[in-house]
Design a protein around this ligand. Structure first.
Ligand code: SF4
Length: 459
């Protein structure tokens, strides 16, 4: 039996798509092995957000060929879509597939014979469609990442926004979504497979179904105005013991309806990840984001006032061109005062073909690092404060399979990491725990009572 191994870079979306690529190999009689094992085919699913995508890709190729010099190396993903020629020049790469092509890999690569190609230099096969042709939607979800507890379920792809720092729309194309029927059917399958937490992922999840008509071309009697709220309502009609988490949502797309739904249905996680990117009015404008600082602030207060113990994560970029010390401090102070629970801090780095790369007043890399450190410290403080607020409260935790030296870990609905002494009975169950204290980056529990299990009637 031929073997295939994978290396995935970047976000959860990429991981879920690697799983889907893996399914194609399984269907063709391959077995999937760990990347440290000898594999006949080695697939690298790249990311464009990675700082040194090119160098990183080279290193991975070299490592794969060290394991098996005859491995057929396929590079795909966002970086492959953006820079196919650059990748094709990397020594050892046999084929480059774009964002569309990776889902039909076997129709492009009917054989994986490395030797046949070695006489041509560079011997690469490049299959990358132009970005304007990226309009199909390929549903994906990651499986077995943590033994069937949480599944990352892709419901949307691409983005129509024009944030000046971002290359994702160039690599993934226009916004498009799975049809509600597809979502519900896959959702039921995931529940049937035993997943308890379904994390809705996409490039711009809140924009779900903006172009639904394209996907529903064959089913035109459907409501064309389908949006994320309606989809969530439909998903919640499915009975079962589960909860739904939205991986990330743009602030302008987090509607009152979604807030109310989250407040009123405990199967919706009381947790949102809402990118801010900058707390400076001026920089936000240069970034071409679609909201103002005051809109963001109002949204956060409205959300925490409406939803009990809401956890809020925030993405922020430091060192954007033109960001003065004063602009940075505006961001710092804005975040310091907001009732949020953690930060994801990104240091700005120049990306080809973006508007931002042309902008004046680039920030010195040392200063970028310094600002990034300041925000990371603030983020750690915010998280600790939020965890501390949970002490004495009862949270519903989904415990995972792994045994960490006699301890098991899980996430609460509001995204608090919790540990408890290992008990096989608690695995993959929603368990009400009382938080005892905060032990560094994790909460400890007092007592435990297993929620009544509801039979899954999915499918
Ligand atoms: S919303 Fe902005 S940052 Fe996010 S993917 Fe779209 S263009 Fe990029």
């Amino acid at each position: 039996m031929s073997k295939v191994a994978f290396h995935t870079l970047g976000c959860k979306l990429n991981f879920s798509e690697t799983s889907t690529i893996g399914q194609q190999f399984l269907k063709h009689g391959f077995s999937i092995v760990d990347e440290k094992e000898k594999a006949d085919v080695f697939v690298i699913n790249t990311c464009t957000v990675t700082d040194n995508a090119d160098r990183e890709c080279r290193q991975i190729v070299r490592r794969a060929l060290r394991n098996n010099p005859n491995s057929f190396i396929v590079v795909t993903g966002c970086y492959a879509q953006l820079r196919p020629d650059e990748i094709a020049k990397i020594d050892g790469v046999d084929a480059v597939l774009g964002s569309n092509e990776k889902f039909n890999l076997f129709s492009y690569l009917e054989n994986f014979e490395k030797k046949e190609l070695s006489c041509i230099y560079p011997p690469r096969r490049i299959y990358v469609s132009p970005i304007e042709n990226l309009d199909s939607f390929n549903p994906s979800y990651s499986t077995d990442a943590d033994n069937r507890t949480r599944a990352f379920f892709k419901i949307q792809d691409g983005c129509d926004y024009k944030c000046s720092f971002c290359t994702i729309p160039l690599a993934r194309g226009k916004s498009r979504s799975a049809s509600p029927e597809e979502v519900i059917s896959e959702f039921k399958q995931l529940l049937k497979a035993g997943y308890k937490e379904i994390i809705l992922t996409g490039v711009n999840v809140g924009d779900y179904s903006s172009s639904l008509n394209r996907n529903l071309a064959l089913n035109l009697d459907h409501d064309q105005d389908y949006n994320l709220y309606k989809l969530l309502k439909m998903m919640l009609e499915v009975e079962g013991d589960y909860r739904i988490r939205i991986s990330s949502i743009e602030p302008n797309l987090l509607t009152d309806e979604i807030l109310d739904l989250t407040a009123n249905d405990e199967r919706m996680c009381n947790h949102f990840h809402i990118p801010l990117q900058s707390g400076s009015r001026e920089i936000l404008k240069l970034m071409q984001r679609r909201y103002r600082i005051e809109d963001y602030q109002n949204l956060i207060y409205k959300a925490v006032n409406r939803i009990a113990d809401l956890g809020i994560g925030v993405d922020v970029i430091v060192g954007f061109p033109g960001e003065t010390e004063e602009n940075f401090l505006e961001t710092y102070n804005f975040l310091k005062d907001l009732p949020i629970s953690y930060l994801h801090v990104f240091t700005y780095s120049e990306r080809p073909e973006t508007k931002a790369i042309e902008m004046a007043n680039s920030v010195d890399p040392v200063e970028r690092k310094h600002r990034s450190n300041m925000l990371r410290i603030l983020g750690a403080k915010k998280k600790h404060e939020f965890y501390q607020k949970m002490v004495g409260k009862e949270l519903s935790v989904l415990f995972e399979h792994e045994n960490h030296n006699g301890l098991m870990k899980g996430f609460s609905s509001n995204y608090v990491r919790v540990k408890h002494s290992f008990d096989h009975e608690l695995i993959n169950k929603f368990v009400k725990v009382k938080i005892k204290e905060v032990d560094e980056n994790i909460c400890t529990t007092e007592n435990i009572s297993i929620n009544e299990s509801i039979n899954i009637q999915a499918g």
